[in-house]
Ligand binder design. Structure first.
Ligand SMILES: CC(C)(COP(=O)(O)OP(=O)(O)OC[C@H]1O[C@@H](n2cnc3c(N)ncnc32)[C@H](O)[C@@H]1OP(=O)(O)O)[C@@H](O)C(=O)NCCC(=O)NCCS
Length: 163
């Protein structure tokens, strides 16, 4: 059985909740990588209303997908994928730090791949922080392999998965 969640596309009313979860998850993922102040600044920037507006437009155009995972009416995780530089790339995948290792991340990946297969995509990439060992383990377990030629600099290695 496992941990039960439902998955659906993000809605405008989810923005604030996603932003709050982003802050918690970033603190967990990057506490030894970025300072608290930097994390707060980056969340305000990356999760700004303006950015969400663009993301909603891209979803409408079929150039992005943003899935939220829900348990008892609460958002417990989310994943955002976008078509950039002629390749589908996971921009974000985050799970509530209190609910790790329950399969939520894997379910988000499955949903993303369902979307990508409908789009006829043959592969997709992800660029975790080089020090984010948990995420890198998770991607390897999910079938990703290193793709050095698509690295975004030394601290942003590329991993690719063939569908
Ligand atoms: C990466 C992340 C999304 C994984 O989500 P999750 O719901 O915990 O993942 P799952 O429960 O589906 O794990 C699937 C498999 O990945 C591997 N894995 C996940 N977390 C791991 C960890 N802490 N250490 C080692 N392997 C891990 C395991 O093989 C796991 O299977 P198992 O539990 O049966 O052994 C989650 O850890 C997270 O939100 N991290 C913080 C945010 C982040 O770094 N996001 C990525 C940004 S690039």
């Amino acid at each position: 059985m496992g941990y039960m969640i439902t998955l659906r596309r993000i809605r405008k009313k989810d923005i604030e909740e996603v932003r709050n979860l982003a802050l918690k998850s970033w603190r967990f993922a990057y506490k030894n990588i970025y300072k608290e102040k930097t994390i707060q600044k980056m969340i305000l920037d990356y999760y700004s209303d303006k950015n969400f507006e663009k993301e909603f437009k891209d979803i409408k155009k079929g150039k992005a997908e943003f899935i939220v995972a829900i348990d008892s009416n609460k958002i417990v995780g989310y994943a955002h994928i976008a078509y950039e530089k002629r390749m589908w790339d996971v921009i974000r995948i985050y799970v509530n730090p209190k609910l790790l290792r329950k399969g939520i991340g894997s379910k988000l990946i499955s949903k993303i791949e369902f979307f990508l297969k409908k789009k006829n995509a043959k592969k997709y990439t992800i660029h975790p922080h080089v020090k984010n060992k948990i995420a890198i383990n998770f991607y390897k377990k999910a079938g990703f392999v290193r793709e050095p030629k698509r690295d975004n600099g030394w601290n942003s290695p590329c991993f690719i998965k063939h569908l």
